[in-house]
Structure formats: C-alpha cells, structure tokens
Write a protein that binds this ligand. Sequence first.
Ligand code: KIV
Ligand code: ZN
Length: 514
Amino acid sequence: MGEAIRIFDTTLRDGEQSPGCSMNLKEKLTLARQLTRLGVDVIEAGFPIASEGDFEAVRAIAEEIRGPVICGLARTPEVDVERAARALESAEKTRIHTFIATSDIHLEHKLRMTREQVIDEVGRAVTQARGYTDDVEFSAEDATRSDRDYLVQVFSVALEAGASTLNVPDTVGYTTPGEYAELVRYLIAEIPGSGAATFSVHCHNDLGLAVANSLAAVEAGARQVECTVNGIGERAGNTSLEEMVMAVRTRPDVYAEVELGINAAEIYPSSRLLSSVTGVQVQPNKAIVGDNAFAHEAGIHQDGVLKAAITYEIMTPASIGRASNELVLGKHSGRHAFRDRLDELGLDVDGDEFERAFKRFKDLADAKKVIYNEDIEAIAADSVTATEDRFELLELTITSGNALAPKATVSLAVDGDAKDTVASGVGPVDAIFKAIAELTQTPSELIRYQVHAVTAGLDAQGEVTVTIEEEGRRVIGNGVHEDVMVASGKAYVNAINKLEWHRLRHEVNEPKGI
Ligand code: KIV
Ligand code: ZN
C-alpha cells in the first residue's frame, strides 16, 4: 500500500475563474454531488467573501455534501476568514484555505507590503482560522517566484500557527518539473517540523506543464494535488484532475509509493457534466476525456487494436466510465428506464426537473431513432439549470429561405408571464436573437456563436453555445435540441439568465489579484 495522495478539487473555485465558466448555485451543487461520487478528498467550494453568490454556494454545499472535506478560500484579512468560516458552518468536515502572496514582485506591485508585514498577516490569519476549525490550509501565492528562504520563514510561521496543509502554488504557471520538485524537497528539508504538515501543490498551465509539474512534486514528497475537472481554471487552466489521476493509475510502476482514492469510472461523467453545465467543451484531442482520446484513425493502429488492444491502448475507455456511443433508450422506454439511466450516469434530476427532462426525452425519442448517453446528459443538464431562471423559451417559429426575409416569432415566459414578439434579421439566428433581446431588454453583446452535434448521425441533437458580454462580464449559454434554431434560442436565453443571476446575486466584493 502506497501513501495516500489527497485530491483537492478546485473546479468550483479556481475553475470557476476561467472565462465563461461561472456557475450558479444549482449548477455548483450538481457538480459538488458528482465530485463526491468521483471520490475527491477536498472540494474547494468557492471564495465566500467574493460575492453573495459565492457565499450562498459554499453554504449550500457545506449543508448538503457529506464525505469530502468542504473548503472555502479566504485572503488573510479578518473579515475574509470570518466570512469563509460562516459559509462553512454546517459542513461535516471543514477546511479554511487562507492565502497571501510571497514573491517580491507581488509584495512590491500588488500588496505594497514588506516581507515582515506579510509574515505577521500569515500568523494572524492562520491563528484566526484555527479558532474555527482544526483543518487550515495556507498558500503562499506565487511561491515559485518567491525567495526560497523567505518561503521557509513564511511556511514555518503558518505551521506554528496551526496550518496542517502547506500549499506551494505555481500561480503564474512559470516553473518546470525539475525546478518544482527541487523546491518541494527544499521546503520539506528546511521547514522545522515539516513532517507534521501535508505539502500541497497547485499548478497553472501557462506553459502546458501543470500536470508534469504536479507529478514531479509528488515524486518529491507532495501529498496533496490541487486540480480541476477538464483542467479548467484561471487563464490556461489548472492541473487536469483526469490527467493526474490516470497518469498515477496507468503507471503504478513509476508511482509505486503513492495511491489515490478516486473512483476513476466517474471521470468521464464528471467531465461531461462540467461541459454541459458551463457550455465549455474540451478540445477533441484533450487527453483522457477529449472526443479523440481513444479514437484510432490510422489503418495500422486500427489493425493493431483489433488484434490486441494493448498494441496502442494504454488504458481502456471503460476504466474512466466511457462506454462510447452505447445505445441506451428508445421511444418505447418508460419512466423507470429513463430514471435508471439517469441514476447510472450519476445525474440528479428530481421533481419538476425530472418531469421536464422526461418530456424532453419522449419528444426526442419521437424525433430520433436512437438515444445515446450523451443525449441523456444533454437533456438532464438542460432541465436542471432551467428552474431558477427569470426567462424561459416557450415557443419559437421561424420563416426563412433563399426567397424570404428571415422572421422569428418568439414567446418567452418573463418572470412567469408569457410575452411574445416578432423580429426580422439577416438570417434566422439573427432574427431569433433580436426577438429574444427585445423581450428580455438585454443590453448584452453577442461575442461568439457555435454549434456542434451531440452525437453522430444526421438526426443528432444540435448543441449551441453562445457567448455574450455585458459591462465586461462574459457568460456562456448552452442549448440542446434536435432543431438547431430552437437550440439557438435556448442557448441565448440561458446566457441571458446567467447574466441576470450575476446582476442580482454576484456583484459585491469581487476580489482582485488571484
Ligand atoms: O493560483 C493560486 O495561487 C491560487 C491560490 C489562491 C492558491 O489559486
Ligand atoms: Zn490558482
């Protein structure tokens, strides 16, 4: 038995900081349930001081989720730490994660503090956090560009004040595997009493090295890795959870000294769920979870795989829960079959949302011969996000063609009241968007419009992703339907609902500088 490595999942905090990946409370809860099935050790649920929305999401996750430790992020000021503690009050297992930058670059240009002042802050914040919980993590932001001996001093103070996890972030994705491993070894060797702490690593992917750096740090003695599903996160993202886990699992000969408590069969469902909730798809060649990750194109490879999969396959799709394109249900399938399939896919859809999803499934089964797992996931994501929205697409009719000016008649529920309008446009999508913009009175600007097929086949559902922006805030909306025009309308309404959510719940205390 190797030593356990903790997987600290920050999809809901650092991941949410990636452009377009912001999630509302319900979406965060749905993902937190999936992360629990995945078996992560710690869920960093958010940054409670950042906004009311973040506070509420952390509180809801703390109230409901049992199993993983629930963590809230806080800068060092008293009010931040207190806010995190309040949000985490009802968690079964609580962690407060406090951080401050330690590089001279950040001290001089961002914090305008001296090294001594930062050390005082660390001692004070960790002591305060320990007043609320025994489980305190301290991060030295921009550790990889900090002076090593100063880092030793800062971490020593955090440890003495009661932090049990010491995190060494590569905040700007600057380090390299050899250098990072050496830093971790140095810290473990030089910090007095370091054996009492768990060393943690948190890598950003600016140079595409986040996973390699995290693995190197594990070989050097780190025992917690911070990562995100699909590698989402600030800028180029964070260490990808699925790549990290599968590297350790696929090479037990190299990583013989460590082991992970992750349920790998939940990796693919987690990746799919995140993509449907945020509308951000992974690139086709993304390791482990991309569309092409297990697709063998060259004849010589196909021939080899048919003779013996081991020739070109180092892991199986099934090991990450990817039973590709399995035909699951058809038009004769009833409620029970639908419910069983949702459960098997780990999708929580209950009450009104279940009814809505079941109706969509029946409509789809009428229009399309075969229903795949991907179809069910898309329907579930659509139904789960719909219930707390201000606007809902009720009906949409298009007239369009090469001899007609495109015209859209759209009916929306606005705060529960049905409203309709007609608009013309350059093309049918333009007409739909103009009608919706008029009914929702949105001042937002359309930045990007994308369509992709959820599965193979001419009768596949279309998934439309719309990026819109208002006052510098960008959100992504998603819509799925067998009719691409309806999917477009749903995606646009979904994006406007997300902007509404931010306008009403998410606009205070936005912290700068992480
Ligand atoms: O990248 C970073 O330094 C962070 C810290 C808050 C851990 O996200
Ligand atoms: Zn980060």
